[in-house]
Design a binder for this molecule. Sequence first.
Ligand code: ACO
Length: 377
Amino acid sequence: QGCKLIGCGSAVPDLLVSNDDLANIVNTSDEWISVRTGIRNRRILSGKDSLTGLAAAAAKNALQMAKVEPDDVDLVLMCTSTPEDLFGSAPQIQRALGCTRNPLAYDITAACSGFILGLISAACHIRGGGFKNVLVIGADSLSRHVDWTDRSTCILFGDAAGAVVVQDIIRIACMNTADMNADECFYVGNLFSGLTDAMLLSKGKLQYLACDGNEDGLFSFDLHSDGDGQRHLNASIKEGEPHDGLGSNGSVVGFPPRRAAYSFIEMNGKEVFRFAVRCVPQSIESALEKASLTSSNIDWLLLHQANQRIIDAVATRLDVPPERVISNLADYGNTSAASIPLALDEAVRSGKVQSGHIIAAAGFGAGVTWGSAIMRW
Ligand code: ACO
């Protein structure tokens, strides 16, 4: 059984912060930031804006493009490392979207690799779990977790949300078959040779529907993690103050419970840079090989937007020319789990990425985690 990406959307906060604005608060310059990173502006959540609201707006745009009603969504995956509720925010987005038929909704935490993991999870839910329409959202607000006095990190990040709708391709076939009602379709699994075949009961007649296996929108993937790299990039829990009212020795309960608090983002930029340039090309090559493709077969290289020098180095290693590389880092900075769907949405809406194009996408970041997906738009 296959799946296909049928819609994308994105949303960014209104507040734009330029490199010059940052030069007013830390000892930096537009030149230093743009030469070392490629970033010129970023959007920052402020005031009453919420990440959940931003994520819902991106998801709404994706559903509109996909022509899928909120009630037809049966799974919402919110990929974020900065939820507004410790217990996760996907159910709140489900509620905000008006998905009243009670789909499953949960969060995935994998920093800048989150969206790729969400995409693969969506495909696995569709292929193995009978899900039909999965909303994958990547959204983060790292501006809430940076030290705005630390020039080595605060210049890098921005806030944003992006989303895609991944659909079971059997359903696409049914919906495209004018005289058949999708509700009368039932999937018969691997009864015939291909995994994408189905039976339709239409107007009392049983019909065999052979879906084109080539329509499958996700060819292959490659995923990794290495906890050793956590020392180079983290925002770890730190020992907090004792809870109010318990006294310093916590005598009320016999032990001193403490309030949780996280440190600001701490990063060894050089090590993160080295890790990305070493691991990402290997991962993409491995995913391409699994799909029996090479980098010459891809229309677009779409990497997590962390640093233009990382993007350029990976493209050079893979021998992908600059005109086939998607980059919108200059406008938004590193938006963590949002960066890939945000860049995809802009490229689709501007007509760059067109139906049938093959995209090699890769995420990498804290954990450390990294991974790639080869897909067709
Ligand atoms: N403005 C001016 N000078 C600065 C700034 C700044 N904003 N930041 C650092 N410097 C200074 C340093 O203090 C240092 O000065 P010194 O030589 O006097 O000691 C000098 O510039 C060089 O600093 P480096 O850290 O060596 O600079 P580098 O060339 O490595 O660039 C950067 C730093 C841009 C952070 C780079 O290492 C990088 O992009 N790394 C990857 C980071 C990344 O992608 N992180 C996100 C991962 S995704 C996720 O999961 C969140």
